[in-house]
Design a binder for this molecule. Structure first.
Ligand SMILES: [Zn+2]
Length: 474
């Protein structure tokens, strides 16, 4: 078994406010942490899809967690979460995977490896590393074990701990020497330093180990989890080997491939989230800077190779969901003008001024400034030979600010999340995905003549595939 040493050499202990003397030993004793190697909790409640709100400033979409289980092995730095959830609203408002009915989610962290289990297959989830490490070490016993294995000490009623580059946190201890809350700053591609809170309440004794029966969390100011714990078991078997495909996975976000969809129109793929580059007379327009710095900078580098000697003037942002807007700060760090829907303009103006101190990103290091331009219903960017029409997808419930990009001469439509083509021999959802229905309504109402769809997930398809998915048989 791996030891804690490599992780804890990375943990810093800071010195917060002084208060009445309590020691880590008091807290460990109160929690029954001394001989605890692993713990398994069961519960239910609500979980929320962080970064996928219907509009900036609105709460994260809610799911009912019918069951919620967590297994933690502190010695192996292992966390496994297994939840069965169902959307609280159907049709949904906002983003996140659109699955009707129950959806099982299995998330695993083992040391520096993260993956999800989807239909018995391990899918690497490298972006989740910082968050899952935070979830592991911010558990009540995790706080104590992190601190005990580190070099610092508790001060007053607070225990400060951090994994550099990932998060920093301060836990507060109550009068009974139990952890009552954790206030943390996590690194986030969109928000830079993102505020996270965890509160623990109504502790109960589970065979000598104290554990809270109420766990509430907020991410970026909105609820992300509200779980009632019903069962806790200590020192259960908790060994999960890292699957070979996870151990060997390359960094997927920088892999970029591209193809020409029309003269001067490049479909840039290679990962989960695509972009499109459009060559104008004396500049380039890029649609979408997704995921994070790594992905967005790799996409911009590819565009500069494909279209040398012309500056990238605009990045069009399809919408404010964190996976699609994760490269906005990187684009701003290149001094590129952002184009977003009017309702998200103020949000992005704020995003590109936010600090990123936990993990300084491209924007924080560049010191550059960028501007954000808004689009309400429609805006046409033209150089006299080519027109690029940025249009709002009105009334769609996925996101209030969802934009599509239409190239009238090429009869190409670029869109994200309204329609994602399924694999070639997979039947479309029935009844149809309401977002896809909205997209087709918008194409019709706005009188667009479309031949090809360039979706920002999936693959290029003829418009007939979209119509079929929306329930139009011909
Ligand atoms: Zn979305």
């Amino acid at each position: 078994m791996r030891t804690l040493a490599p992780l804890f050499t990375a943990i810093l202990l800071l010195s917060p406010v002084a208060g009445q003397a309590q020691t880590l030993q008091d807290v460990a004793t109160a929690l029954g942490a001394a001989n605890l190697k692993s713990i398994e909790i069961q519960g239910s409640g609500a979980t929320f899809q962080v970064g996928q709100s219907q509009a900036p400033g609105m709460p994260w979409p809610q799911f009912t967690a019918k069951s919620f289980a967590r297994l933690v092995n502190y010695d192996a730095a292992l966390l496994r979460e297994d939840a069965v959830r169902i959307r609280t609203l159907e049709p949904p408002r906002g983003g996140g995977p659109y699955v009707r009915g129950e959806q099982r989610q299995v998330f695993v962290l083992s040391g520096e490896h993260t993956w999800n289990v989807v239909a018995d297959a391990a899918v690497p989830a490298p972006f989740a590393l910082a968050d899952r490490q935070f979830q592991l070490w911010s558990t009540p016993h995790g706080v104590v074990k992190a601190a005990q294995a580190g070099r610092g000490s508790m001060q007053g009623r607070t225990i400060a701990f951090a994994v550099p580059g990932r998060f920093r946190a301060t836990a507060t201890v109550d009068a009974s020497n139990l952890i009552e809350r954790v206030d943390a700053t996590l690194t986030n591609p969109v928000l830079g330093d993102m505020a996270v809170t965890v509160s623990y309440a109504e502790y109960r004794d589970f065979g000598g180990v104290k554990f809270p029966t109420k766990i509430r969390q907020t991410y970026g100011g909105f609820p992300s989890m509200d779980i009632t714990v019903t069962d806790v078991r200590s020192n259960v078997a908790a060994e999960i080997p890292v699957p070979d495909n996870v151990r060997q996975a390359p960094i997927p976000s920088t892999r970029v491939t591209s193809q020409m969809a029309a003269d001067g129109v490049f479909y840039i793929t290679g990962g989960t989230h695509h972009s499109v580059a459009i060559e104008m007379k004396d500049h380039v327009i890029v649609v979408e800077a997704p995921l994070n710095d790594e992905r967005a900078l790799a996409v911009l580098a590819e565009v500069r190779t494909l279209i040398p000697n012309k500056p990238i003037r605009y990045v069009v942002v399809s919408h404010q969901h964190f996976d699609h807007a994760g490269g906005v700060r990187a684009a701003a760090g290149e001094g590129i003008t952002l184009v977003a829907h009017e309702t998200s303009k103020a949000f992005f103006e704020r995003v590109i001024t936010l600090p990123a101190t936990v993990s300084p990103d491209h924007l924080a290091k560049s010191g550059k400034k960028a501007t954000v331009e808004g689009v309400r219903d429609r805006r046409v960017l033209s150089d006299g030979t080519r027109s690029v029409e940025i249009r709002h997808i009105a009334g769609i419930l996925h996101a209030d600010d969802l934009l599509m990009v239409y190239l009238p001469k090429e009869k190409i439509l670029i869109e994200a999340d309204a329609y994602t083509p399924p694999a070639p021999n997979v039947a479309p959802m029935t009844p149809p995905n309401p977002f896809t229905v909205s997209l087709v309504e918008n194409i019709t109402k706005q009188g667009l003549a479309v031949d090809q769809i360039l979706p920002l997930h999936g693959r290029i398809v003829p418009v007939a595939e979209l119509l079929k998915a929306a329930g139009h048989s011909h």
